[in-house]
Design a protein around this ligand. Structure first.
Ligand code: AKB
Length: 318
């Protein structure tokens, strides 16, 4: 059975990915790397864990050797709005973690999955639809690290034969661990506010379209790509994947259909708005569909129903 190390396993994606991978590969075959609290509920009881600062290569190498790891999922990132406030942090953490994972993978023979993002595109990119292979001149530090990361991962594949694979995630909507410091975080917060019976103040202007995706589809994408037949992959780092192209009012109306008392107003945050406007409206994911069978399950209505149900249950438990 495959043995997996998740670096950055307590964040928005990592906390759900660990459960998904343990369900597929077995509890003891997925080792969760962590650096600092908060930890998801049951984190230390649900399976093996290891303290790892991803900017410390030796700590990653030690964990890979100790647990005989075959594949590293590198989920470490400083999201777009935070990286814009502290660009050096964004670069050092994003690139430091990736380079360390790639070097350890090269030396010890592991595969590496690293998410890229819609943030890897910029204002010069065709926005609708954004082709798989196109102009990538992002204007954010987050985007710069994502483009550099895609290139570096392809370099490690072509130069050293390291099995590197990646998808460009849209803004992810989820209900286990909240994101922090992202431009698309509004699309998660809106659900928390609606279920709490509170008004939501949206930081993104009405009419600003971005790709969004429900977490179960994002996790499926990572697993399917990592399980794909390498002979069928013409691309590697990184695949466009898409599920929904939405603007804030569409989310608001979808929630309002289920919670009619819900209210939203706008108070645009200029940094987030500028980032959002520099990103595509809708990615073309034909290559992912053709090369490894990508196909999302959740649309806006299905996601909204599920989000509200899960968040209501969580609220009831408290
Ligand atoms: C962000 O908003 O920074 C992330 C992303 C789209 O990569 N959610």
């Amino acid at each position: 059975m495959k043995k997996i190390l998740i670096v950055g396993s307590t964040g928005q994606i990592g906390s759900e990915l660990s459960k998904k991978l343990r369900g597929i590969y077995g509890r003891d075959n997925v080792v969760c790397g962590y650096i600092a609290p908060p930890y998801p509920d049951g984190f230390f009881e649900d399976g093996p864990t290891v303290e790892i600062d991803a900017t410390n290569r030796q700590q990653i190498a030690d964990a890979v050797k100790k647990h005989k790891i075959d594949a590293i999922y590198n989920m470490v990132a400083i999201l777009s709005a935070t990286a814009e406030k502290n660009p050096m942090l964004g670069w050092n953490v994003g690139m430091g973690a990736l380079l360390n994972c790639l070097e350890v993978a090269r030396e010890l023979g592991c595969a590496v999955f690293t998410p890229s993002s819609i943030g890897a595109f910029g204002p010069g990119t065709p926005p609708n639809p954004t082709p798989q292979d196109t102009i990538q001149r992002p204007t954010t530090m987050y985007g710069v690290t994502k483009v550099a990361g895609e290139l570096l991962s392809d370099y490690y594949f072509s130069r050293w034969g390291v099995d590197t694979r990646s998808v460009r995630f849209p803004g992810l909507i989820s209900n286990l661990t909240q994101p922090g410091g992202g431009t698309t975080d509004y699309a998660v917060e809106i659900y928390y506010k609606a279920v709490a019976g509170e008004k939501f103040v949206c930081p993104i202007k009405q009419g600003t379209y971005m790709d969004l995706m429900y977490m179960p589809d994002a996790l499926d994408a990572a697993v399917h790509l990592m399980e794909a037949d390498p002979a069928k992959l013409k691309h590697r780092n990184s695949f466009n994947i898409a599920a929904m192209s939405l603007e804030p009012d569409m989310l608001y109306q979808a929630i309002k259909r289920q919670i009619p008392t819900f209210e939203m107003t706008y108070e645009v945050e200029p940094v987030k708005q500028a980032i959002a406007e520099s990103w595509p409206d809708r990615l073309d994911d034909t290559c992912a569909r053709d090369e490894w069978g990508w196909s999302p399950k959740f649309d806006l209505e299905a996601m909204t129903t599920d989000m509200i149900e899960v968040l209501r249950k969580k609220k009831g438990e408290r």
